[in-house]
Design a binder for this molecule. Sequence first.
Ligand code: BES
Ligand code: MN
Ligand code: ZN
Length: 507
Amino acid sequence: MNVTIKTGPVEHIQTGTIIVPLFKNVVNKTDAFTKIDDLFQGALSTAVHEDEEFHVNSKSFTTLSLGKVHAKRIILASLGDPEKVTLDALRKFAGKCVKGLSQYMEKDFMMLSPCYALKDISVEDAYAAFTEGAVLSSYLYDEYKTQTKAKNKKPQQLFFYLDANENHAIVQKAVERATLVCTHANIVKDLANGPSNVVTPAYLVETARKYSKKFGLRLTVLNDNDMRKQGMNCLLAVSQGSSQKPALIALEYRGAKGKAPIALVGKGVTFDSGGINLKPTGSIENMKEDMTGAAVVLNTICAAAALQLPLNLVCIVPTVENMPSGTAVKPGDVVKASNGKTVEIMNTDAEGRLILSDALVYACKYKPEAIIDVATLTGAAFVALGKSVTPVLGNDSAIISQLIAAGTAVHERCWELPLFEDFSDSIKGDVADIKNLGGAKGEAGTIAGAVFLKEFVGDTKWAHLDIGGTSWTDSENDYLQKGSTGVGVRLLVKYLENVAASDGKKE
Ligand code: BES
Ligand code: MN
Ligand code: ZN
């Protein structure tokens, strides 16, 4: 989706559809709508006035433009009570527009200013939110559809027509930023929706190579031999059942001098069969998405680089395929992680924490200011907080509250689960130091995953986002489609922007 600002006489603008946002109890007196309504001799505003239910039920009214303007049609659409409009309501409204317009198979549409009625939302935030909803909802995964009728027909160009008092430069910047970040969220969806026979560990390495060239990032790739030298035996253990070779990707972005980097670590299991603890039918079908964390951190670093954030970042992605075979790791096997801790692998399906353990140890070598990991780690995350809130856990309350604040701002909400000391008792090993499984009944499963990771970060400040419940959806909503949600990029970019802004104040 491309998003640009249009200027000039509104009636001369060539576009498929003009969307006119209307609100309860506020008359739209913008120059643009006044002009259009005049050309219809006031029939548009009258049509809405005469419908008492228009704002009660957030209705819309569509008319062909009958040659009065250069757009083909005009849609008057209700955003309801302006006092109740939130940024997410604007995202959803944009989502509805894009989805609704797909029936006309036109490539563009234009939105008139909604800001005349909004009091608590700034002009740039309003346009940014509408942009986000539009870019996110313009997505459809049609890579493998061979029939044109199954291809994406949503509009891919959005024009904004600003009201006279609205600052072009400021809106332009906000809209560009929103488009960029959401485009990266859409790329995450492409990677996670991509089948595991294509999106392999080698494919993720090539993807990182492409990003490194495009954004000028420094790339390091460890292969299995390098991993053996570094004693990354947890990571190797997960990969040993698969014919796909593992890799550990490190991408570095330098946007500041003399600052410790923030490390972003992402789980990159390109298919999680469960291994010898094979997943049953009903649990295995979507496990191509088990590399979402990897896609999220890779795309976050790209977005941060494109936005030239004044920070240093390093993105670490351990990537493997988790398969059962004659060479696969078995329940009860013991391996030594790269920090020297011995691990009893009690369940080969708790593989995410195993690959992340060695990746976290590796991340610590950069002496980072903080580590944030993103992982589809547990199905228990869904049980705890459902499909729209991500559990966040860690050893640093400041980072956790900053993540919660960033998540709230972009509506990729997260909420803290506790990591009390005694939770660590559940992962004590019988034979080795620790085991990769918590309590016998699977209780507090998301916390058990996090206490395992905690063993590998030492004193480094660290937070863990378990996107096991939020990375995928079986039903579409206003601006998300079935399949991968791309959750995490908007949250992390916002978090990094906030960190950069507060660093700036300290200096
Ligand atoms: N990748 C899964 C977690 C998952 C499940 C993500 C469903 C998204 C949707 C992870 O590797 C896993 O299998 N976790 C186990 C942990 C258990 C064996 C302790 C789980 O959640 O059942
Ligand atoms: Mn698993
Ligand atoms: Zn997994």
